[in-house]
Design a protein around this ligand. Structure first.
Ligand SMILES: C[S@@+](CC[C@H](N)C(=O)[O-])C[C@H]1O[C@@H](n2cnc3c(N)ncnc32)[C@H](O)[C@@H]1O
Length: 268
């Protein structure tokens, strides 16, 4: 199963899994007392382990795939949902969350969107740092349930989880957009890039990107408009699981920023 989980394969819209989750795309995790939601919670509990201590943010607990979970090695066709990207804590998201936790002022009092939130770690980090409002957006409805469970693990109030595809939509006025490991597909990167520009132009939104140096990111035109804020060496187990990736970085994207300008001024 694990070998099927390559971020490159993830560029597809979510398929309907449970009607109760898709009847309303806007799914608030608080309202998870429907039978279907309970079923997904149960499934996640049985097929993940509480982990996270081997990541760059050991203080954040997450329900993830570990080697002792059945589907670590199980045939992927037995998995009943869409590919579970939410069951992996990706290196880009790890760096981004580490950066936020080390620099809580970046999201304190801010309204924050974690786009492609997966397990919800960066959204949870933002909340732990005092963000006033956090939305976790992932087109996989199961990710919303996993995020809700991960909030509970960390003593964080359930976040608003949105399963619409927000890329291309009218910018919603977030102060900060977080993107952890979202530049794994060229088409997705390009639509994301032009939508980010609209968000910045319309609302002055700040954008932070976490990426471990994936080719689709390094070769993308967005590169020349990025400013590196931090770089982290990945823990050994994360290196092993990510086939040769050794570092993960956090970048500030601001098309108007010229080389030499004071980054801290823009991040305030
Ligand atoms: C590589 S994972 C990264 C997850 C998380 N940010 C992390 O770093 O651990 C990419 C995630 O983006 C989600 N995704 C893909 N396309 C999306 C879109 N258009 N809008 C929102 N989420 C999307 C996938 O379902 C998946 O959970």
């Amino acid at each position: 199963m694990l070998s099927r989980l390559k971020p490159q394969k993830c560029a597809r819209y979510v398929k309907t899994i449970f009607s109760v989750l898709t009847e309303t795309n806007r799914y608030r995790c608080l309202s998870n007392n429907s039978p279907s939601c309970e079923y997904i919670r149960q499934f996640i509990s049985e097929n993940t382990e509480i982990a996270g201590e081997q990541s760059l943010t050991p203080e954040v607990k997450l329900r993830l795939f570990t080697p002792s979970c059945r589907f670590w090695r199980e045939r992927p066709e037995l998995w009943p949902f869409d590919d579970p990207y939410w069951a992996i804590y990706w290196p880009g998201g790890q760096a981004l969350s580490r950066y936020l936790l080390d620099n809580p002022g970046v999201c304190q009092g801010m309204s924050v969107l974690d786009l492609g939130s997966g397990c919800g770690a960066s959204a949870i980090a933002a909340k732990l740092c005092g963000a006033s409002h956090v939305v976790a957006n992932d087109i996989d409805s199961v990710a919303a349930v996993a995020t809700c469970m991960n909030c509970e693990l960390n003593g964080v109030e359930p976040l608003v989880c949105v399963t619409d595809n927000m890329i291309g939509s009218e910018p919603k006025g977030f102060d900060l957009i977080l993107l952890g490991d979202m530049f794994y597909d060229e088409g997705l990167a390009t639509s994301l890039h032009s939508w980010l520009d609209r968000c910045i132009k319309t609302n002055g939104t700040k954008v932070l990107i976490g990426d471990p140096g994936r080719p689709q990111f390094q070769e993308h035109g967005i590169q020349r408009l990025l400013h590196q804020l931090a770089q982290f060496e990945l823990p050994e187990s994360v290196k092993e699981e990510n086939y040769g990736l050794t570092y993960s970085s956090v970048w500030y994207y601001h098309p108007q920023l010229r080389t030499g300008e004071n980054l801290m001024h823009f991040l305030k």
